[in-house]
Design a protein around this ligand. Structure first.
Ligand SMILES: Cc1cc2nc3c(=O)[nH]c(=O)nc-3n(C[C@H](O)[C@H](O)[C@H](O)COP(=O)(O)OP(=O)(O)OC[C@H]3O[C@@H](n4cnc5c(N)ncnc54)[C@H](O)[C@@H]3O)c2cc1C
Ligand code: SF4
Length: 478
């Protein structure tokens, strides 16, 4: 091993090559090219195989990273894939869109001084190779259990649970109000971070495993939670969080001011080949416009970069804190800067100007004050510091809250936290309704794909334990 690993002292860190800015600004393809096998093996060999792998500790899935890096360095790619897939339902997706700088790579012990191992890029390479070579088999149970589960939400949380439960032998039905599988993976996150073929490939894999998708099934409207509880032995709610946080102030209702997810969904649908009237009419198309995006998270970064690709005249990101305090991944901020996005730090909107449609944003400079109860520095406006930015399209990317599920599902007994997220027993993942479990953003609040996968897998294990126990009780009572 010693001659193959620990190469960080000799080999510099290399990420997969990024496409040139001029090339990537005009399409929605992923910006990183693929690693070739020698490059992946060389980068994997930089791992120091340290005694306490902090990368693994800080990966929400506790992926066995040092082992699959070593196997990759040795060219044993099928085994590397097996190890990686043992803890992660969608390694090629996490490899592409996890904020590795805050998770595994940010905690790699060689980071200080040598720059971390490019864990995400190797993870993506291993599973993409496994798909190409036919090693990725659909999960097939050894025997059918004769029990069925209903999962509400075909996002990463619901899909990860579906895969685990199908493997155990349950009949699995997934209900989603959208017409495609993937949740935010398909309609939120743009193709330049995660190409849609990658998501569709997983849908086919889950269908091959026998998982049944019921699309255009809006639970609470076209089908009720009560029906699903009747139909299935257990139900999982994995509906994510979709109520966009809003901003008030003078002119905030003007046409031309739109919520981020509506803008991104339109763009994704258009890329998938759908007829999208709001895009064709120009309402949700940034071409030729001065665009201002308000917010500093992942969603804001996806909006600014989408606007660049649609051919906006100018794209500005207005954020009330500074660069250091941005909640989004630094890698994405850097990509946006390279693509020509202008960041207006320490600035917040005060009013939206225009008669029949928005024409400008009046903003105020901010300064950071003392930390509040959460430890985050407060933001205070600076007297008399107004300035105006021309804008034909303003996109609000201020974050998301949960929808009111007890009302939407017609069941007030479904209890929620004071933030509106579903309350679950954190050991069993069960909500206040017996046999109804919950996982992902609807429990955690807006979070990350990798956490939704983790929660979906853990919830599936708890549902299995509960159903096994209930089935045994039922048999004993016969
Ligand atoms: C624009 C954007 C960019 C992001 N970028 C990243 C990133 O780069 N990296 C990262 O790790 N995370 C990112 N995230 C966060 C990540 O997408 C979420 O944390 C993750 O998708 C949550 O998974 P989930 O399964 O809980 O919910 P979702 O992915 O939201 O899926 C929920 C599903 O439930 C369905 N649903 C909701 N209500 C109902 C109902 N009543 N009936 C039937 N179906 C219903 C929805 O249609 C949806 O398909 C981003 C989020 C956004 C908005
Ligand atoms: S799942 Fe995410 S955090 Fe875990 S190893 Fe992969 S890229 Fe890193």
């Amino acid at each position: 091993m010693a001659d193959r690993m620990l190469q960080f002292v000799r080999l510099p860190q290399q990420t997969p090559e990024k496409r040139a800015v001029a090339e990537r600004q005009v399409d929605f393809d992923e910006i990183y090219r693929d690693f070739d096998p020698p490059k992946a093996a060389a980068q994997a060999s930089r791992c120091s195989q340290c005694g306490v792998p902090f990368c693994q500790v800080h990966c929400p899935l506790n992926n066995n990273i040092p082992d699959w890096l070593k196997l990759t360095a040795e060219g044993r790619l099928e085994e590397a894939y097996e190890v990686s897939a043992a803890t992660n339902t969608f390694p090629e997706i996490c490899g592409r869109i996890c904020p590795q700088d805050r998770l595994c790579e940010g905690n790699c012990v060689i980071e200080k001084g040598f720059n971390s191992v490019t864990i995400g890029a190797v993870e993506r390479f291993v599973t993409d190779t496994a798909f190409e070579r036919g090693w990725v088999k659909p999960p097939k149970p050894r025997h059918e259990l004769g029990l069925s589960v209903g999962i509400i939400g075909a996002g990463p949380g619901g899909l990860a649970a579906a895969e685990q439960l199908r493997k155990l032998g349950y009949e699995v039905h997934v209900y989603d109000r959208h017409d495609r599988v993937g949740g935010l993976l398909i309609y939120g996150i743009p193709g330049f971070k995660l190409e849609k073929d990658i998501v569709i490939r997983r849908r086919l894999w889950l269908e091959e495993a026998g998982i049944v998708f019921h699309l255009d099934a809006d639970v609470g409207r076209t089908v009720s939670l009560a029906d699903l509880r009747e139909r299935h032995d257990a139900v999982l709610i994995a509906t994510g969080v979709y109520k966009a946080r809003d901003i008030g102030g003078v002119g905030s209702g003007l046409p031309g001011i739109v919520p981020a997810l509506r803008y991104l969904t339109t763009s994704n649908r258009q890329g998938l080949g759908d007829q999208v009237p709001e895009f064709d009419s120009g309402e949700l198309n940034a071409a030729g416009k001065n665009v201002v995006v308000i917010g500093g998270g992942d969603t804001a970064m996806d909006c600014v970069r989408t606007a660049v690709r649609q051919g906006a005249k100018s794209v500005k990101c207005l954020y009330r804190r500074d660069k250091l305090n941005m909640p989004g991944s630094m890698r994405e901020v850097k990509n946006a800067e390279e693509e020509g996005v202008e960041f207006v730090w320490l600035s917040g909107p005060e009013a939206f100007l225009g008669d029949t449609t928005v024409t400008a944003v009046r903003a105020t400079r901010m300064h950071l004050g003392l930390p509040d109860a959460s430890g985050r520095q407060s933001v205070e406006p600076m007297e008399g510091s107004h300035f105006t930015i021309p804008a034909d399209l303003v996109i609000k990317a201020l974050g998301f809250d949960p929808e009111d599920l007890p009302t939407a599902f017609g069941n007030p007994a479904l209890t929620v936290s004071r933030w509106g997220t579903l309350k679950v027993d954190h050991k069993t993942f069960m909500t206040s309704l017996p046999g109804v479990f919950a996982a992902g953003d609807i429990v955690r609040g807006a979070s990350l794909v990798v956490w939704a996968i983790r929660d979906g897998r853990d919830a599936a294990a708890q549902m299995h334990a509960w159903m096994k126990h209930n089935a045994a009780v039922a048999v004993a009572a016969e």
